[in-house]
Design a protein around this ligand. Sequence first.
Ligand SMILES: [Zn+2]
Length: 314
Amino acid sequence: MQSSLKFILIGTVALTLSACSGAQTPAAQAQDTKPSEKPAPAADAPSVETTDLGSGIYMIKGQGGNVGVAVGPDTVLVIDDQFARMSTAILGAIADITDKPVAYMINTHYHGDHTGGNENFAAAGATIIAHDNVHKRMSETQQSDLFDRETPPANPAARPHITFSDTTTFQTTGQKAKIHHVAGAHTDGDSIIHFEDANVIHMGDNFFNGMFPYIDTAAGGSINGMIAAHQTALDLADEATQIIPGHGAMSTKADLVAAQNLLKKIRAQVQARINAGNSLEEAIAADPLKGMESYAAFIDKDNMVKAAYLSLKK
Ligand SMILES: [Zn+2]
C-alpha cells in the first residue's frame, strides 16, 4: 500500500521544561512514585540510563517508555520522549553521546509516557513524526477502558508535525529506519521502527517484555493486533536482532516469541470463557489466567482478562 504523508504546520512552540502534559498512561502512573505534595530534592531529580547497542543506536531508560536514539553523520533521530519532566535528562544523555542535533522525533503511539516531551523536543529543533491516528488522538479527549481516567487533548505544540498512513522510510539520518505501522495493536496508531543496517527493532508498546501488556481497547487496540504486531517484528528479526521493548529490559527474538506465546495462551483462555457464554464479570471471576501471576506489573490479571475479552467480543 502506498504511504501518504501529511504535513501539518505547527505554530510557535513554547519551551516548558518543567510542565507535565498531565496525560499519563497507567505505566506512567505506576512508575511515577515521587510524592507530589513536596518538591523533589535534587537527589531525586530524574535520571536516565543509556545502553549502547552498537552501530550508533542507543536505548535510554528513565520513567515511561524506552527511548531509542540513532546517531547519523549529521543528525540524530529519537524514538519516543517519555514525560516533559524527563526532557532535560534525555537531551543531556544524548549530548553525552553526540554533539549532533536532534532533527527527528518519532512517536510510536499517542500515550503520554511516550509523547510527554514532544513540546520540549520540538522547541529543541526536532520535527515530530507519527502515524495519522497519533495526531488524531492527541487532538481529542481520550478515555481508557481499563482505567477510570480521561486524557485531555495535548497542546497543539506537542502534536506531530508530519503524519503518515503506512510504511515510511528515513534515509536522512544515515541510519536507514523503516517505520512499519501495525494496525489495531496496542492502539490504532502504533509503529514499529526497524533499523535495517544496525539490526535493531524498536517495538513501542506493542511489546512489554516479561509482563502483561497494556492493550488500549478504547483507542482501537486489540489482542489479535498485538499478536500480529509481534509477528511483523518476528518476520523482520533474526537471532542477532536487538529488540527494544516499549517497557522492560532489552530483548531478543526469543523474548518476543515468548511474549507472543503468552498472548496466544491468554487469548485461548479468555476465548473459552466467551464461548462458554460468560459475561465480562463472570470471565474475570473464573480466573482464566491463574498461574500467570508473575506477569502482573502495571496490568493485573483482571485487567488483562478485561482487555482480551473486550478485544475478542468486538
Ligand atoms: Zn502505551
